[in-house]
Design a protein around this ligand. Sequence first.
Ligand SMILES: [Zn+2]
Ligand SMILES: [Zn+2]
Length: 432
Amino acid sequence: MTVLDSRPDRPADGERTGAGGHPGVLISSGGVSMTAVEDLGAGRGPAWLDAWLLANAADVQAWFRHVHANPELSRQEFGTTELVAGLLKQAGLQPQVMPGGTGLTCDIGTGDRCVALRADMDALPLTEATGLPYAATAEGACHACGHDAHTTILLAAGLALASVADELPGRVRLVFQPAEEVMPGGALEVIEAGGLAGVERIFGLHCDPRLEVGRVGTRVGAITSATDLLELHLTSPGGHTSRPHLTADLVHALGTVITGLPALLSRRVDPRSGTVLVWGAVHAGEAPNAVPRDGLLRGTLRTGDPTVWADLQPLVADLVQSLLVPTGVGYDLHHRRGVPPVVNDAQSTVLLEGAVTAALGPAALTTTKQSSGGEDFGWYLEEIPGSFMRLGVWPGEGPMRDLHQPTFQLDERALLTGIRVMTHTALAALTA
Ligand SMILES: [Zn+2]
Ligand SMILES: [Zn+2]
């Protein structure tokens, strides 16, 4: 496999990718100091990747800081899309912006075989409180989930791969996805737009603030959980509380569902699945002596088990019906399915683990636990096999600043470890 061989004759390819020569537009904004990022995988090869990173590490950091300083909320990622598309075009590639105007895909190389690498691009509606010199200045948007790093890593891995495009044994599709932070998530738009057409396997990563930089966590099976939203509207003719037998007692019916549905679920679903229903909102009535005419109940239903998730909707519908029919109230149940768990395929995970070891050495690899959070990468894995990994971004000392907090920040060395791992993953999957 040519591109994996050491090729010291090849020059650093900054000129050809367009990445080395003209990043001034990015660096010029706001006194960013361009200290080089340490490359924890330096010298591990292949030689062209070492050379590309050496030549472009400062640009990688500049792109990251630019995206970080300019966060965009879900489906508003126009500037980020333009930046990524522009740099890919400079490298002679042909990015395809998605129909909604944010997000893009881009193929590198030629041939029938195709594997995909995915990044998400959106920020969260929080105001940054890191105090970093390149912190986002606008209120109400910040990259507290590390999608700025995901975007930068994929962009750089793509440009590095583009420097050896002619020698790739197939195509690598870069998927820059919009709107991961909202339900049901931009992954469905990518799939609808044909983003997975012809793709054998797909891989992605997420920053992990509890894992030290230089390390990567993998797992076979479910690595995140499913989250559904439940909304139940109840109706009754209403009436005097002295005569409940002449109407339907709506508040009593609400109470029956509030306690009854979680209780029944706990007896109908395998308790090892981590399935939990928690109500977050309940509204009904005003006067102490009047039966209200309508009521509302809202909550989230989570599970760590994909087979349980597949059966939850009809089960919940059945149980709600059994609880409410005897009460005589009318009801309307909205069960909005959120995202499925991300279920990592065994074979893809073996490929991924091989790539991590090749990219960063055997000590980099660790296993990771299933989280109860959601991640819309799960939609891709409902279509094709693949694997999702956790990228260590904790500096190794000091506090572990959690995701979805305005204080979240990452060790920039993780940008380079991420690029190395993503690049190796694409090569491993194409040669499998
Ligand atoms: Zn998030
Ligand atoms: Zn995220």
